[in-house]
Write a protein that binds this ligand. Structure first.
Ligand code: FAD
Length: 476
């Protein structure tokens, strides 16, 4: 019998696991995929929004602001990069200037402090972001806007939770939940677990999980966002540039990423579940056509990748954060600003909804620090040599574009064990550079196959998607 089962290992589930691991409770995270955070947390804009934009009085507004104020400390404790670059919402017409005035008022109502939002003339905005388009006439500055690395935040949160006693099982899709005398019986991946409380953080599938116990009371529709990523040797912007918001939300942004790349996007279109991760010519053209409205000198020839992510949009139009029946907490519709809000939602759910059931005090031996991973590209030559002396694998460069060594790819043996080629590529940056894995993919495949002791043909890129299609004639 577990005290708490968390369903889903996205950033929301991960930070709930970490928050719960501050207490003397047994915690199990169940994840359906073969790796953690492979859904919304994997593919988004990575922006720690200031809180200026959500509808006043909504849960999104409340938890966005609280979450934003937690990110610096959290990033420090978990050693996750945080680019404190600020943001600018820009207007390019008199109509948009009016929208900006409304947004300025909203920022104040949402609780941003006076020094956290400021209206700027074009000239003042150009000092913060020289690459604004010629059409930009006015801008609202949001200095507390930052950029994180969402996947590493989720992995780091889980690693820290595991180091503090939580457990994680991947390849465990929850297929049924029933009530029992003492709580719940959960069927997942062919196993049966019991728990006194459940946190449903299954993202796009949260309504499905909720319906295992309750009558349907919310619906999730995927809202796809498509993006371009540009080469990190050609940074385009130094601050997050938002257009004036419209019917489709925050619009198409230019975002500087923590690794130096620039993200252009996302679009916002409701789609079927099976189309949520697909890019389309129409979507990518929408990005191309809109981005030049707010910034100039966009090096379209330096685009190295496109991708799509999917927002789990609830029909309620707001986050659903409630104990729907005793011991069962539903977290539905955690779309943007869910990444920003995640630490604050976790703190609220754990402290206000879960812990009162158990009447326990925080552990005295909770360790908030996740050990820093060595990243060779951040080190001086002397520091690199020291590491190579200790472990020769630091001398074996696997990915030349991003200077990722064999020792960097130690994720297979870390608390949140990597199982997929995609993890190495996205979280550890092997293959994330200019050549997009043309040189290192095979090497990563060999390392995974060797360390997992499986045939190369069985190495997955993402869940149920393999790197190699078939053995060629004559291969062993
Ligand atoms: C295009 C886009 C742009 C965004 N930009 C931003 C931004 O800039 N800033 C911001 O704050 N937010 C942003 N967001 C929102 C943010 O990404 C999400 O709010 C956040 O990632 C949600 O995390 P999650 O853990 O709830 O969901 P997910 O990351 O989707 O995790 C849910 C997990 O549950 C698992 N699961 C599902 N069903 C089951 C089951 N039956 N059994 C076991 N496991 C299951 C899934 O496999 C998955 O791992 C954006 C989202 C998108 C898509």
């Amino acid at each position: 019998m577990y005290d708490v089962i968390i369903i889903g290992s996205g950033v929301v589930g991960a930070l709930h696991a970490r928050e719960l691991s501050k207490y003397p409770l047994s915690i199990l995270v169940l994840e359906k995929n073969n790796d953690v955070s492979m859904e919304a947390t994997l593919a988004n804009s990575a922006v720690v929004h200031s809180g200026h934009d959500p509808k006043p009085g909504s849960l999104k507004a409340k938890f966005n602001l609280l979450g934003n104020r937690m990110y610096r400390q959290l990033s420090k404790e978990l050693h996750v990069p945080l680019l404190e670059c600020g943001g600018l919402v820009v207007a390019t017409s008199p109509e948009e200037e009016q929208v900006l005035d409304g947004l300025f008022e909203r920022a104040g109502v949402n609780g941003l402090l006076e020094n956290e939002y400021q209206m700027l003339t074009r000239e003042e905005a150009l000092i913060l972001e020289p690459n604004l388009s010629d059409q930009v006439s006015k801008a609202m500055s949001l200095p507390t806007t930052a950029v994180t690395f969402p996947w590493e935040m989720a992995i780091a949160g889980l690693e820290n939770a595991i180091n503090n006693g939580a457990q994680l099982l991947m390849n465990h899709e929850v297929t049924d939940i029933t009530r029992s005398e003492h709580g719940f019986v959960v069927h997942a991946g062919g196993d049966v677990f019991e728990a006194k409380a459940i946190i449903n953080s299954a993202g796009a599938y949260s309504a499905h999980i909720s319906e295992m116990l309750h009558p349907k009371f919310f619906t999730i529709t995927p809202r796809r966002g498509e993006y371009f990523v540009t080469d990190n040797r050609f940074p385009i912007v130094q601050t997050v540039v938002y257009p004036a918001p419209g019917k489709k939300g925050k619009g198409i942004l230019a975002t500087p990423m923590v690794h130096g790349n620039t993200l252009l996007g996302p679009t916002s279109n409701f789609v079927d579940f099976d189309a949520q991760h697909q890019t389309t010519p129409e979507g990518l053209n929408e990005v191309r056509n809109n981005i030049t409205k707010t910034i100039k000198h966009v090096p379209f020839d330096k685009i190295i990748r496109s991708f799509a992510g999917s927002r789990p949009t609830a029909d309620a139009g707001d986050f659903i954060i409630e104990e729907t029946s005793p011991g069962f907490v539903n977290l539905g519709g955690i779309e943007s600003p869910g990444l920003t809000a995640a630490p604050a939602i976790a703190k609220y759910v754990v402290e206000e909804l879960v812990i009162p059931r158990f009447s326990v005090l925080p552990k005295s031996d909770f360790d908030p620090i996740r050990k820093k991973r060595v990243k060779m590209h951040e080190l001086t030559i002397n520091e690199r040599n020291e590491h190579i002396k200790d472990n020769a694998k630091y001398g074996h460069i696997v990915c030349r574009c991003e200077t990722v060594t064999e020792a960097d790819l130690d994720a297979i043996h870390r608390p949140v064990r990597a199982r997929s080629h995609g993890r190495d590529q996205t979280a550890y940056r092997a293959g994330a550079g200019r050549c997009q894995g043309a040189f290192c993919s095979l090497e990563v495949l060999k390392i995974l196959s060797r360390e997992l002791n499986i045939d190369p043909i069985d190495v997955e890129y993402k869940p149920r998607s393999f790197v190699l299609a078939a053995k060629t004639k004559g291969a062993q």
